[in-house]
Design a protein around this ligand. Structure first.
Ligand SMILES: Nc1ncnc2c1ncn2[C@@H]1O[C@H](COP(=O)(O)OP(=O)(O)OP(=O)(O)O)[C@@H](O)[C@H]1O
Ligand SMILES: [Mg+2]
Length: 478
């Protein structure tokens, strides 16, 4: 507005002067939030896409809402806008109605809008996901986990994408829906979120960070100290100074954790979308019980297969918290049937009781599957190392690759962050027992000992610590 105005504006007719004055006043109002913002929350004068990544509670949502509100207010014509969050509910509850959401950024509230007292927002339709302003602008809401398809036909002037690190279906939501809705004109996109290394969308975050056209800012939780809720303060208390803290408080995109047995790229490099074209030579379903002594322990199940192409495939990784032992076992037996798999169960650490229960469930349901009892004769790290080595060595194709069929965020988080006790520096790495990772190790160890293909050096691949097999109780397929 300022740059294009002629210098002799004093000689303008009064109504033109008034119009300019009104625009300037509106602009001042639209930008008032900037006085309260921290520098990292304010976009530069010229930008197209901006990524505000930051720690928990660092003010990402607040900044995203205000930047969008400013764009809408300063827009020359009323346009179509979008707010996309991981789920529709997040978009509605956090991005629009939340304390740091768009209604607040417009200086209003849900109650004020519903009772027709707002001077900015005309209609807020929470079930349709549409926010209509008096100037004719519309803000559409969508969830990335639904693919954000509802915005595909729109012609957006701009969009705010919150918590992009959590978008499971980011390819649909960002590369299809958002790209399609912004293909005409030049829409500005503000993306906010804490990057999560264990989520598929880390690829999107990484891509934005590597894109020189994207303005990238980092917000720190500590810098927003005076506005923090007790919940966030508790996170600071727990994670400050740890590897996880770099993600949760500093907004850092962590790729690899020093001392962890697996590297992210070993998994990513050989990932596939679909099961192998060949059949499986052997399949295993491994269990790792929640021993109930640790917070957040899961009843883990892993399904893995060794295919005729000599590659290993991880087909299923689950962690249950609310199943009874019998339900969990029933689930595992179902997977054994579906994959014609051997059930692999650790017999020590109270495993005998589990095995007794498995045998009971098999007896009652009539679902009989081959059972392999294994006894942990070594530490967790010693047991896991050859499996990790197989992931790594798979790059040079000696023993076959280990391929994940799809993404297993929780499993992969455990694999790439679990640091065996022996290697653990003070405060580093995760402390919780990696249940899903343990189940994977048992399934893989079973398959690795299954009999290597001809030319691969006998039954046990080099470096594999042999099992101590429980011996009895192997039930054959009927
Ligand atoms: N510049 C600011 N001035 C005043 N309050 C702020 C500012 N930035 C953020 N806040 C407030 O700090 C709190 C946390 O901000 P916000 O919800 O935006 O953080 P977040 O990074 O999105 O958090 P989460 O990780 O929980 O999503 C909110 O109450 C918000 O209103
Ligand atoms: Mg937020």
């Amino acid at each position: 507005v300022m740059a294009t105005a002629p210098t002799d504006w004093r000689s303008w007719p009064p109504e033109q002067k008034e119009a300019l004055h009104a625009r300037l006043k509106e602009r001042l109002k639209a930008r008032a939030w900037r006085k309260q913002a921290r520098p990292a929350q304010i976009p530069p004068p010229i930008w197209n896409t901006i990524l505000l990544r930051g720690g928990r509670g660092s003010g990402k949502t607040w900044a995203g809402a205000h930047i969008l509100a400013e764009m809408i207010r300063e827009s020359k014509q009323p346009g179509e806008w979008a707010v996309i969050a991981p789920t529709y509910r997040d978009a509605r509850d956090t991005c629009i109605e939340g304390e740091a959401g768009l209604l607040a950024a417009f200086g209003t509230t849900r109650g004020e809008v519903e009772s027709k007292r707002s001077t900015v927002v005309d209609i807020w339709n929470r079930s349709l996901g549409e926010l209509r302003l008096f100037d004719g602008s519309v803000v559409f809401l969508d969830g990335a986990d639904d693919g954000a398809y509802r915005i595909q036909g729109k012609n957006l002037s701009g969009a705010w994408c919150d918590e992009i690190g959590l978008w499971r279906r980011w390819k649909d939501a960002w590369d299809e829906s958002l790209a399609y809705a912004t293909r005409k004109g030049k829409a500005q996109i503000v993306a906010t979120g804490t990057p999560k290394r264990n989520m598929p969308a880390r690829k999107l975050v990484r891509r934005l960070l590597n894109d020189p056209a994207v303005v990238s800012r980092r917000l720190r939780t500590r810098d927003n100290m005076e506005n923090l809720s007790p919940a966030i303060l508790a996170i600071i208390e727990k994670t400050e100074g740890t590897v996880l803290g770099r993600q949760e408080l500093e907004g850092e995109l962590l790729e690899d954790v020093e001392g962890a047995l697996w590297r992210r790229e070993w998994i990513d490099m050989h990932r596939v979308d679909a099961p192998p074209a060949t059949e499986y030579r052997a399949t295993a379903v491994a269990l790792d019980p929640a021993d109930g002594t640790e917070d957040g322990a899961e009843q883990a199940i892993c399904v893995a297969g060794l295919a005729l192409d000599n590659d290993y495939y991880i087909a299923v990784s689950e962690g249950h918290r609310d199943l009874t032992q019998v339900q969990w076992i029933t689930r595992a037996l179902g997977l054994c049937q579906a994959y014609s798999a051997t059930l692999v169960v650790e017999a020590n650490h109270g495993g005998q009781a589990l095995i007794a229960l498995i045998e009971m469930v098999m007896g009652q349901t009539g679902v009989r599957v081959p059972l392999r009892k294994v006894v942990a004769s070594t530490g967790k790290a010693t047991r896991a190392e050859p499996v990790a080595a197989l992931y790594e060595g798979g790059a040079v194709r000696t023993n076959g690759r280990v391929r994940h069929i799809g993404e297993f965020p929780e499993l992969e988080e455990q694999m790439t962050t679990w640091i065996p006790v022996e290697q653990r520096a003070q405060g580093a790495g995760r402390s919780a027992s990696p249940d899903r990772c343990d189940a994977l190790v048992w399934a893989m160890r079973h398959l690795m000992g299954y009999g290597a293909p001809p030319g691969y050096g006998g039954a046990e691949p080099a470096g594999v610590v042999p099992y101590t097999d429980g011996g009895s109780g192997v039930v054959q397929w009927s």
